[in-house]
Design a protein around this ligand. Structure first.
Ligand code: SF4
Length: 715
């Protein structure tokens, strides 16, 4: 029996794996964290458990015929992929990378990582790019996950840790505001916290253009026009200020910048909010009234608020509401982001992101460069600078000054990137596309070289869940013959490229180096060990190593006492914010609306999202036969269905300025009549989405664009 965690979302539910003959049995494993007790001594909320159907069926890929078990190289003459040995494949990749570097410079080679990689892999991947390839061109698909929340939290709170408190704190707040989260479908076991909160008498508000299963649990469900959450926040803060509900003492003592925000919201009276958001003025007043009377308020954002060209500003506007109420740093209150991918948090902390080095250090900080270069054993000046963000990197592929090769790890770009037809075109312009994956994903199918890698049950490594809790996935079974771990692939390439530094393939050895690289950084893991994670079922960062304390001289020499280890940090901000002056920042933000508004040609809003049985691009979950896969669909309101003459189940055509998709109609009253919804787990939805980027986070606007919908004409 092996204690581990689910391979999918950021909840990282605990599970055990047991081999029964050829089968791998999954069982739920309640998690308990010894650090999570509240100051009031109540620790019952720290226990969690349960799995959703994705978790229960996660072993379905084990032994699947769809697993890739040999490296494949595309034959230039036939265009077909043919099986080759690992040596041949890695020699070929390294040789072509070297040739491109010599011909075009180091930035000719690019790396694209994933938020599903363990911390160890993310760390080594960043090192592969910066040390072995010398390229600045690395980013990862987590950029499309919670980067707007990260950017906002860094600006306002001085640090980006998805939730600055354990998730179970949700149960003890008084009013929970979920902005753009459908956690009842995306992370169902988390929904129990909402139920317990309501059992305690707390109230839940859900803001989403659709009445999702999460919104059905809410005391107040608000359906704004997609792309107007920011305006709603401005209106709420206007009412809170008018009602005298701003916590003036907190604002004066613990924050800066409120005066500009107060001036900004002064003109956002409820009727103006109604005109912009479509939310009735009375509903805006009801929301503000709930918040004004609450002792504890918690605001959590997710992709619905964040995946916008104004995503960072939208999160900042809701952070302003939380700060004005005096919540961040207060127990069972504050602001947090519900991260999506399993290691979306750790993935960005350890060097996969274009602007960051391990420990959440910024790549343009000379001290950070010196520290990390020291751990890597290379001169600081040899490290490249900041590269392109994920979409900008893809957009530049094959262009005059863009990369000529791309190494892809744990990402199915062709399905998950915005404006996906354009991205596929850019991939086609490359001299070399290498994809590491478990299965022949849509992106792997385009590759010149495909490298088959291990999956979660076949390897060990740490993940950092949505709470900033570092947990350990443990190997339960041996990988199929012919498959290697990403760490082995990275080491094999680094060795062939003659890279300096060390390239261990043992995850615990990599983690030991990662700890040193993060020492003193914002995300300090130096006090965390595999043994501690096992003993405590996870450790919250920051958790710095405590050096032994010197004691009095003995007759021989100085001795040291064993210092108590740092306990980890489940809750942040109680004593201040990690900003230069210890105060949180109000940031003045204005509503400008989506990058693409409806027009005569495209009169509707299109929004995208998830369904319970599928995860991300569906590369894994679509191949698990126990999970229902009905394919994509188009959710439309009955009024819209009437207008276009569509019946439930009838094939619809959805068109945006970038592409067209066809899928059956689902006629539901739970969506706004001016909006259509398409899930993005299949090829199609992202052919439609807009690649307009947030100026700060570089998040694409997945969540809203202009569209038209019609029935398929009889031919
Ligand atoms: Fe896995 Fe997330 Fe489902 Fe938990 S909620 S079982 S982590 S997919």
């Amino acid at each position: 029996m092996t204690a581990t965690h689910c391979p999918y979302c950021s909840l990282q539910c605990g599970m055990t794996l047991q081999r029964t003959g050829p089968r791998l049995e999954v069982a739920e494993r309640p998690q308990r964290n010894v650090h999570a007790s509240g100051a009031d001594g109540a620790d019952g909320a720290a226990a969690s458990g349960g799995l959703c159907r994705k978790g229960w069926t996660a072993a379905g890929l084990r032994g699947s015929r769809e697993r890739l078990t040999t490296p494949l190289v595309r034959d230039r003459a036939s265009g077909e992929l043919r099986a080759v040995s690992w040596d041949e494949a890695l020699d070929l990749v390294a040789g072509r990378l070297r040739t491109l570097r010599e011909a075009y410079g180091a930035d000719a080679n690019a790396v694209f990582g994933g938020g599903g990689l363990t911390n160890e892999k993310a760390y080594q991947l960043g090192k592969l790019a910066r040390v072995a390839l010398g390229t600045s061109q690395i980013d990862y698909n987590g950029r499309w996950c919670m980067s707007s929340a990260a950017s906002a939290a860094n600006q306002a709170l001085g640090i980006d840790r998805g939730l600055p408190f354990p998730l179970a704190d949700v149960e003890r707040t008084d009013v929970l505001v979920l902005v753009g989260s459908n956690l009842a479908e995306t992370m169902p076991p988390a929904a129990r916290h909402l139920d317990r909160l309501r059992e305690r008498g707390g109230r839940v508000v859900v803001i989403d253009p659709r009445v999702t299963p999460t919104a059905e649990r809410a005391d107040l469900a608000i359906q704004p026009v997609p792309g107007t959450d920011l305006a709603l926040a401005l209106g709420v803060l206007h009412l809170l200020d008018a009602a005298g509900a701003v916590d003036e003492d907190y604002v004066a003592a613990r924050t800066t910048g409120f005066d500009d925000v107060r001036r900004r919201v002064a003109s956002w009276w409820p009727e103006r909010v109604e005109r912009v958001t479509g939310v009735e003025a009375g509903t805006v007043r009801a929301l503000a009234g709930m918040l004004a009377g609450a002792e504890r308020v918690m605001v959590l954002t997710a992709r619905g608020a964040e995946q916008h060209a104004q995503g960072t500003a939208t999160v900042l506007a809701w952070l302003n509401v939380a700060l004005a109420l005096g919540m961040p740093g207060k127990e069972y209150a504050g602001y947090g982001c519900l991260t999506g991918q399993g290691n979306g948090q750790g993935g960005r902390e350890h060097g996969q992101k274009a602007d960051q080095l391990p420990g959440y250090r910024m790549i343009d900080d000379p001290e950070a460069r010196a520290h990390v270069a020291g751990v890597w054993g290379v001169p600081p000046e040899s490290l490249p600078g900041k590269g392109r963000s994920a979409y900008e990197l893809l957009d530049a592929l094959g262009q005059d000054d863009g990369p000529r090769s791309l190494l892809v790890f744990a990402s199915n770009i062709v399905v998950s990137a915005p404006n996906a037809l354009h991205v596929a075109e850019r991939l086609g312009a490359l001299d070399l596309l290498v994809v590491c994956d478990l299965v022949m994903s849509e992106t792997a199918a385009l590759a010149d070289i495909v490298l088959p890698v291990t999956q979660w049950a076949e390897e060990t490594g740490t993940m950092t869940n949505l709470e900033g809790r570092v947990i350990l996935r443990q190997q339960a079974v041996t990988p199929p013959d012919g498959v290697r771990s990403d760490l082995e692939v990275i080491a094999g390439l680094a060795e062939r490229l003659g890279a300096p530094s060390t390239w261990p393939t043992d995850p615990e050895e990599v983690f030991a180096e990662l700890r040193e690289a993060t020492r003193g950084g914002r995300a300090d893991y130096s006090g965390i060990t595999y043994d501690r994670i096992r003993a405590e079922d996870g450790v919250f960062w920051p958790c710095p190593a405590i050096d032994p304390a010197p004691t009095a001289q003995t007759d021989e020499a100085a001795s040291t006492d064993e210092a108590a280890p740092h306990p980890g940090t489940p809750r942040l901000f109680a004593d201040g914010f990690p900003t230069p002056d210890g105060r949180a920042r109000f940031v003045d933000v204005a509503h400008t609306g989506p990058a693409e508004e409806p027009s005569a040609s495209y009169p509707l809003h299109l929004t995208t999202g998830r369904v319970l049985a599928q995860y991300q691009s569906g590369a894994q979950t679509r191949r698990i036969k126990e999970l229902p896969d009905d394919g994509p669909f188009v959710e439309v309101h009955p009024m819209l269905a009437d207008r276009i003459g569509a019946a439930d189940g009838e094939l619809l055509v959805v068109t945006t300025p970038r592409g067209v998709m066809r899928a059956p109609a689902r006629v539901v009253t739970s969506i706004r009549p001016d909006t259509v919804f398409v899930p993005f787990h299949w090829v199609g939805a992202n052919k439609l989405t807009n690649d307009a980027l947030d100026p700060s986070s570089r998040m694409p606007e997945f969540k809203v664009c202009a569209a038209r919908v019609s029935t398929v004409p009889d031919s």
